[in-house]
Ligand binder design. Structure first.
Ligand SMILES: O=C(O)C(=O)[C@H](O)CO
Ligand SMILES: [Mg+2]
Length: 262
């Protein structure tokens, strides 16, 4: 049966980052994910995992200059050697944290660059990342992001991601199916769940349209969780949302989900 992971980049932000692991454990989570671990030492992160018994489920490769608006470098021509170094760094952290999933962000095609050139670089970089990750028993994830929150991002639809996965044709590239993004871009989530789970390596959830708790907004997650149970999804569900108020008071939905589906 699937398990819920707390995304520490968005949850428990009432606490300093390294204290969020204990907060997640106290709230009953069994795993954590986050965007970028690199400002912290592997040792400090590992110590939090060891002391809480939490599993490190996922994190992202370095994604360029986030403050300057970069959202990944995998598809950026001329940044290939930077990308290769980012793969090396991420795999080093992944090994230390015993993390088996890494999200490779594509990026936003720069002004003046042809989309075809960006896609070519993207495919070559993904193949490189998969080759490096395979010996480390790590799965590379690609995630379509919605164009409202991520204007210009190279990957925005589930079918696009499936085509890329088929093209790379390696066993350790999978889809990071974030239902928040999928609902905004295409909806029809039940059919996506029923027909594309062979591609899925990780799922994330949040309410739509405001990316608050799953209990907030237009998605009926009670229905979604039962659909995931029907297809026997037994991976992780990353809780990647901005709490409406504070994290703890917004966790009632998780209690309900656990009572029904665990
Ligand atoms: O924003 C998301 O949904 C993600 O999961 C990316 O990793 C970071 O933006
Ligand atoms: Mg996501």
């Amino acid at each position: 049966m699937y398990r819920f992971a707390a995304n520490l980049s968005m949850l428990f932000t009432e606490d300093p980052f390294l204290d969020r692991f204990k907060a997640a454990q106290d709230a009953g989570f069994e795993g954590v994910e986050f965007l970028f671990p690199y400002e912290f030492s592997k040792q400090d992160l590992k110590a939090r995992l060891d002391s809480t018994g939490l599993e490190q489920v996922l994190f992202n490769l370095p994604a360029g200059n986030w403050e300057k608006g970069e959202r990944g470098i995998a598809a950026l021509p001329g940044r290939e050697s930077e990308f290769q170094l980012s793969v090396e760094l991420a795999l080093d952290y992944a090994e230390h944290l015993n993390c088996r999933k890494l999200h490779v962000m594509a990026g936003i095609c720069p002004e003046g660059e042809a989309l075809e050139a960006c896609f070519e670089v993207y495919l070559a970089n993904l193949a490189y990342a998969c080759e490096q990750a395979q010996s480390a028993n790590v799965t590379v994830l690609i995630e379509p992001l919605n164009t409202r929150a991520f204007p210009g991002y190279l990957l925005s639809h589930q079918a696009q991601a499936r085509k890329i996965i088929d093209h790379i044709a390696m066993p350790n590239i999978k889809l990071q199916m974030d239902l928040y993004h999928a609902q905004i871009m295409e909806g029809d989530l039940s059919v996506l769940i029923r027909h594309q789970m062979d591609y899925v390596g990780h799922i994330q959830i949040a309410g739509v349209p405001d990316r608050h708790e799953p209990s907030d907004g237009e998605i009926n997650y009670g229905w979604i969780f039962s659909e995931l149970a029907k297809v026997k999804y037994d991976g992780w569900i990353g809780c990647e949302y901005t709490p409406k108020a504070d994290t703890k008071s917004g966790l009632g939905w998780l209690e309900t989900a656990r009572n029904i589906f665990s």
